[in-house]
Design a protein around this ligand. Sequence first.
Ligand SMILES: Nc1ncnc2c1ncn2[C@@H]1O[C@H](COP(=O)(O)OP(=O)(O)OP(=O)(O)O)[C@@H](O)[C@H]1O
Ligand SMILES: [Mg+2]
Length: 313
Amino acid sequence: MNNIERGLLQSVCENNMFGAKKYARCILLNNKAKSNEYFCNEMIHKLDMEDEMVLPANLKGLLFVEDPKETFKEGRYYLSSREQAVSEKIFRMCHASQKLAELGVNYVNSTMLYGESGTGKTTFGRCIAYKLGLPFAYLNFTRVIDSYLGATSKNLSNIFDYVNGRKCVLMLDEIDAIGMARKSKNEVGELSRVVIGLMQNLDRLTGDTVVIGATNRLDIIDPALLRRFTVKHEVVRPNREERLGMVRKFFGDVGYDIPEDKLQKFAEPGDTQAGLENRMIMELVNFYSEQEDSVEEKIDKQGDNNVYDQTTA
Ligand SMILES: Nc1ncnc2c1ncn2[C@@H]1O[C@H](COP(=O)(O)OP(=O)(O)OP(=O)(O)O)[C@@H](O)[C@H]1O
Ligand SMILES: [Mg+2]
């Protein structure tokens, strides 16, 4: 047994997770065998993500940091050509912002997704984090404002202090909750200060953070806040071809062989991605409950036959 293995075992026996992870990382980094390469890379990725996901106490319940490998279901997600083009733009901006940082030019990689509810804005944010292999840091403004309006500015500063300089995708979801136009009739003094604070925080972000905003109400977002987002992209309901793609992917992933006539019905344009997903789930519910019914019927029939056999015997 070498010293690293000894250290690992000792740390585990003493319930010292910090030490155990340190030795585990050494073993993974020292591995030279090609056959273990994939495993080692996956484990190093997990350790890195875990480090990133430990939040300071003052951010618990405000910001949620996830490993998108755990939370994003690629096998069920249909990436339309429109969203594909946006994600490519974001990847290019990642590259450019690194170069610009080297030149001392600050540039924030920021995209605002807008569109009606259920079209997949939040899911697309997760998809970007997944594709970039970065932690997904999620902030929902409705929740932050509901529970902490008085402390929102301070909370936002704490969140941005934590995020700044970290490689991650920061999703500012339901941003309209604070983004209401500063000059609108509904203006509330505190919210107005929060909007200004958010803009200042965005301005001091470094190029490592990818910012994705999302809203159903682009019309009430302060134009000065909107200007901080270099790309604005509307996420819309799927067309026929996209619906077919989404349905095929979803049912393919769950291993359900959808009959052609039903597939064509799902493809008819209409509801949002969320609506379509609900209908696909109902299709599975019906399929499995019908299967259950037919098994029960068989059992009942068998029971009846047994009774008949006994009475006629
Ligand atoms: N492109 C897609 N492929 C497969 N499923 C999708 C896609 N887009 C969205 N969905 C599904 O639709 C549902 C709604 O998506 P999501 O919550 O991201 O919408 P949203 O635009 O953020 O809605 P809201 O504005 O109400 O927050 C999710 O359960 C998601 O799995
Ligand atoms: Mg959403």
